[in-house]
Design a binder for this molecule. Sequence first.
Ligand SMILES: [Zn+2]
Length: 225
Amino acid sequence: MRVRFRPFLLSGILLAASGPAAGSPGLHPPEPGLPEVPGSGPLRVRFYDPYRLLSPEAHDWLEKEVVRAFGASEIGLTFVGRGGPGVIPATLYPELPGRWDVAPETIGVAIGVHGGPRSIFLSLGAAERALGFPLARRQGAPATAKPSRRRLPGSQSRRLGVALGRVLAHELVHTVAPECPHTRNGLMAERLSRRMLTAPGVGFDALATRHLRLAAAGMAAPETG
Ligand SMILES: [Zn+2]
């Protein structure tokens, strides 16, 4: 069944908070001890689903959507099956840990944007609430609650995968182009409505694309130290 789109739900979904608040220790340290290797594009991303929350279909949609979003950016982006130097880990949690000082509607967080190991975290619960899925976890449910890989109808799998992919794309821009501000339109908007999370053809706007092309040029340039 298609979830009906209701205008009054359009606002108030805080997409992303990139800040020191999320630098909590211990959760999923991204490959400690391995050096970051900037300037060695293309961009490689490893998606982790340690709780096995996503169906294979939703996972597939997620990766396809990120690749699609970056298609016009001149940044070559690939998903890889293993972490390693220069690979950006993106980890899906049932909920972002409550001790992180982020709003409960936050779907994605990027850390290490201004130095240090880079890592991205996504919240399944926040994404499901943003999409209005009827079985969405209650806000504030403990992140340690036993997760289950529910079978979603195909259209919901797709919507969930696409929405998470768009949030991941947004966070990746913070990670690889930290100078890019939030934009008024497109996927770098500070808040993404339900429509923006799932409607066909939503991408980065001209400003974000410009920042991405600059970043792509920097990634392609030889390392000068
Ligand atoms: Zn953001």
